[in-house]
Design a protein around this ligand. Structure first.
Ligand SMILES: CC(C)(COP(=O)(O)OP(=O)(O)OC[C@H]1O[C@@H](n2cnc3c(N)ncnc32)[C@H](O)[C@@H]1OP(=O)(O)O)[C@@H](O)C(=O)NCCC(=O)NCCS
Length: 213
């Protein structure tokens, strides 16, 4: 596994979450890296995916212009001010520079809501990537980074109630189911209940109980 965390400006900037150079993480099959222009079309496809729209707050009618703005302005701004750390997830085999072709965009993953040694993880993968194990690999890379490099104590996982795919992935990675908050998330104009899960730094990253579903 490779975790390349650049020795950049975060100390100067005053917070471990503020960076202008995005860490690159890879387990040999999946690479988690900074967004690039070549991810734009893949990002549009993922944001227009029905499952992604069903469970996340991606804007309606997502366009290439929106994707480009996200890649070049929104995400870099979040990294700079430390609000949110967002990565593109791509298939490693296609990231080799010598391949000459753009790497295959699988989805995105992020850490946000940083507070007192905790952060929340968020993610969205396209139809082709779902069920391939890529999302699990990306989550595990982010957990290593969050606990070993950001020194977080807890990572939280929130999913709209009923998102069993999300809950099962969290379960596979060792997250504890902490309960359900009523009306805790706004989703496309409606208040929805939210499942809350969490993982502490030294806990095993494997299921802690039989699957409930
Ligand atoms: C959530 C997400 C990242 C999970 O990635 P994934 O590649 O689907 O994850 P996995 O296949 O490793 O695990 C999902 C598991 O849930 C299961 N699952 C999916 N939908 C399910 C459902 N409705 N009921 C029960 N189980 C379900 C899958 O079969 C799989 O279990 P298995 O490995 O035992 O077959 C991905 O589905 C996704 O991006 N979904 C749309 C956006 C989203 O929901 N983001 C998360 C917001 S909290």
């Amino acid at each position: 596994m490779t975790i390349r965390v650049p020795d950049d400006d975060h100390a100067r900037a005053g917070s471990a979450h503020q960076r202008s150079v995005v860490p690159l993480l890879s387990d040999g099959l999946v690479t988690v890296r900074a967004f690039q222009e070549s991810d734009a079309a893949g990002l549009v496809a993922v944001c227009r995916d029905e499952e992604v729209r069903r469970w996340t707050n991606v804007p309606d009618d997502y366009t290439l212009d929106m994707a480009r703005r996200h890649i070049h302005q929104v995400v870099p701004g979040w990294w700079r001010d430390g609000t949110k750390q967002v990565w593109a997830v791509v298939a490693t085999t296609e990231t080799a520079a010598e391949s000459g072709s753009p790497s295959k965009y699988l989805g995105s993953i992020n850490l946000h809501a940083f507070a007192f040694g905790r952060a929340e993880i968020g993610l969205a993968f396209g139809a082709e990537a779902r069920g391939t194990g890529a999302a699990e690999r990306a989550v595990r890379l982010i957990l290593d980074y969050a606990f070993d490099h950001l020194n977080l104590e807890y990572v939280a996982w929130r999913a709209i109630t009923g998102n069993w795919g999300s809950r099962k992935l969290a379960w596979k990675c060792g997250f504890a189911f902490d309960g359900e908050l009523r009306g805790a998330a706004e989703h496309r104009g409606e208040l929805r209940n939210v499942w809350c899960l969490s993982l502490q730094r030294d806990e095993p990253r494997s299921p802690r109980e039989p699957w409930v579903g």
